[in-house]
Design a binder for this molecule. Structure first.
Ligand SMILES: Nc1ncnc2c1ncn2[C@@H]1O[C@H](COP(=O)(O)OP(=O)(O)OP(=O)(O)O)[C@@H](O)[C@H]1O
Ligand SMILES: [Mg+2]
Length: 591
């Protein structure tokens, strides 16, 4: 057990410090096979100019035709093998880097789902999308193509250079004299590329954020006739993205000419230095042709080194960004071990809470106690802390001051799974997924639900007729965020999604605003079936939703203004009196 934990820790540390080594160890087969085929390919590739040299020399020397034919056959065999080995290394390397990219993407996504809302307040959707797409892609480039071209470049140098030296040492050093300058130029160009690439990435993530927000808020944008303004903002960012891309392309384009000039200058030098030897016949035309071919072959390794290093740096910069998110710990620690089978009491003891980077308390010194079977209504003006209170109870945010106790046990000591199986929060904002209606209702269930249960839930929230009117009924697909439903339908569907979970305590955060009194009663009856001691916590602005609750908690600016029965709070809470006054007047005027 201890060994296992130690191995896991070592693997984690390898992943963060030497990611490429981590992937080689975790998926050695495609890497080793890819590398083997690459070495074979480069060796064969290096041999064929020698075969060509032999053929030319044989033709010049007027050797028997059979010998030339044999050389041609060897040439054919080398070229066919080359095609095969080239195909093989590409396939194996492809497998290797695709595995690495998918592994890191899944790791990142899993980690993101474990983080609390505080993290998502700080990081925009666009940035996170860019992390999961661009950064993963550029990491894949480093683990795959960049690593590959680097290896390719080194192997070619290692194979070609000795052959060149063996052909003619003096030609070798004279023609490759400019070679040491190349890495220097590479670093210069690389620095420029990376700097501009970073700007390009930032612009891209700005662009993605804007697109996300615009599509998400398209109804608001249209409602306020802001299409033109939005388009103008988009075009502006898009133009700056184009500018950034052009800058990257400009410095990227410097790369090849610099490389090629550095190395092909060798061809010119070769002509100068070889002309006399060729005249006198000291060297054969075959040797000259082969040597020239080798000089050409050195262009790629030099370019490969440059490209490989550049992509490697880009990939590592991306990995650093991914690593930063992966190392961000959730502020909701799931270290509690207590499991509660039966809910008895809920107690808030002097709970105060401030949002991160906020000076003002969203909740201040809140205390109350609720027993199983009792219901609680929470009222208060906009921004008085109602949602904050229920979010704290379900541990969406970490509690720093005071205590929340369930059956006398602090919620931090209870496992998160257990806590969320006791309390189910139906949030203020109805969020549906682009799946079928049935999948949305049964979203939280670990086992597939019987259709009868789903039908009953739809009945409770009074959606049966509407769902039956759809061509595919419960199998009807919802658009993104449930766009093809009305606001009220969405709200009712989220209530059905909560009810089906049959938790001992159901929390409705302003979810009843689109529900009439008859449906409210049906929901109450449904809850009563779940358990004899079910509890409800209802956050509402409407008095009618809170008529039957046992306790009322009135919040004002994060403080507890009053607690008690309807009559008690009516006596002590000016806020409640005001609500009664306005809502009573409205009811009056309606009549
Ligand atoms: N993520 C956040 N970061 C910073 N401050 C926040 C955040 N969420 C809420 N607040 C602030 O905390 C206070 C309480 O907000 P809360 O959402 O709990 O109010 P509420 O009573 O539910 O209001 P409403 O009736 O509008 O739903 C408000 O002043 C709000 O601006
Ligand atoms: Mg709220």
């Amino acid at each position: 057990m201890q060994n296992q934990a130690k191995n896991k820790k070592t693997a984690e540390s390898t992943f963060y410090n030497h990611p490429i080594w981590f992937y080689i160890r975790h998926n050695p087969r495609p890497f080793v096979l890819g590398m083997t085929f690459l070495i074979i390919t480069n060796s064969l590739d290096a041999v064929y100019p020698l075969v060509m040299k032999t053929a030319i020399d044989q033709i010049e020397g007027l050797v028997p035709m059979t010998e030339i034919t044999r050389t041609c056959l060897i040439f054919l065999a080398i070229m066919s093998s080359l095609a095969l080995t080239r195909y093989s290394w590409r396939t194996y390397f492809g497998k290797f880097h695709t595995y690495a990219a998918e592994h890191i993407r899944q790791k990142l996504f899993n980690h993101l789902t474990s983080l609390g809302p505080n993290f998502f307040h700080k990081n925009q959707v666009g940035e996170l999308m860019s992390l999961l797409t661009n950064d993963v892609q550029s990491f894949r480039q480093a683990v795959g193509p960049a690593l590959l071209v680097l290896a390719d470049g080194f192997i070619i140098i290692l194979v070609v250079l000795p052959i060149m030296i063996s052909l003619n040492w003096s030609w070798t050093w004279k023609t490759l004299i400019f070679l040491p300058m190349v890495p220097l130029l590479i670093w210069k160009v690389m620095g420029l590329i990376n700097k501009n690439y970073k700007i390009q990435q930032e612009k891209f993530s700005e662009l993605t954020s804007l697109v996300q927000e615009t599509i998400g808020g398209i109804r608001v944008i249209k409602g306020f006739s802001q299409e033109d303004h939005r388009t103008a903002v988009f075009n502006k960012i898009s133009a700056s993205f184009e500018h950034a891309c052009n800058k990257v392309a400009k410095v990227d384009s410097l790369f090849m000419p610099v490389m090629e000039f550095g190395v092909t200058s060798g061809s010119v030098i070769l002509l100068f230095i070889a002309k006399e030897d060729l005249y006198t016949g000291a060297v054969t035309i075959g040797t000259f042709v082969a040597f020239h071919r080798y000089i050409q072959k050195m262009v790629w390794p030099m370019t490969a080194l440059g490209m490989g290093f550049s992509n490697f740096q880009k990939g590592y910069a991306s990995f650093e960004r991914i690593k930063k998110v992966l190392l961000t710990e959730s502020d909701i620690y799931d270290v509690g071990t207590t499991v509660i089978s039966k809910f008895e009491t809920l107690e808030f003891r002097n709970v105060s809470f401030k949002y991160k980077n906020c000076e003002v308390y969203a909740l201040k010194d809140i205390s109350f106690k609720l027993r199983a079977g009792e219901s609680l209504g929470i009222m208060g003006p906009v921004g008085s802390g109602k949602t904050t209170l229920v979010n704290l109870l379900t541990r969406l945010y970490p509690l720093e001051e005071g205590q929340i106790l369930v059956n006398g046990i602090p919620i931090e000591n209870i496992t998160l799974d257990c806590l969320r199986s006791l309390f189910l929060l139906i949030p203020q904002e109805a969020f549906l997924f682009s799946e079928s209606l049935k999948d949305n209702v049964t979203f939280g269930l670990s086992e597939p639900a019987h259709l009868d249960t789903v039908l009953r839930m739809a009945d409770v929230v009074d959606l049966t007729d509407e769902i039956n009117a759809l061509p595919l009924k419960f199998d009807s697909q919802l658009g993104e965020r449930g766009v093809n439903l009305s606001g009220g339908q969405k709200q009712r569907l989220t209530i059905a999604r909560g009810l089906i979970m049959q938790t001992p305590v159901l929390i409705l955060d302003d979810s009843l605003s689109a529900v009439d009194t008859r449906t409210e009663k049906a929901i109450e009856n449904e809850l009563a079936k779940t358990t004899a001691t079910f509890s409800r916590i209802i956050v509402a602005h409407r008095l009618s939703s809170l008529k039957t609750v046992d306790h009322l908690l009135i919040l004002k600016d994060g403080h507890k203004e009053a607690w008690g029965t309807y009559e008690e709070v009516l006596q002590s809470s000016p806020t409640f009196q005001k609500i009664i006054h306005f809502q009573g007047t409205e009811t009056h005027s309606e009549q």
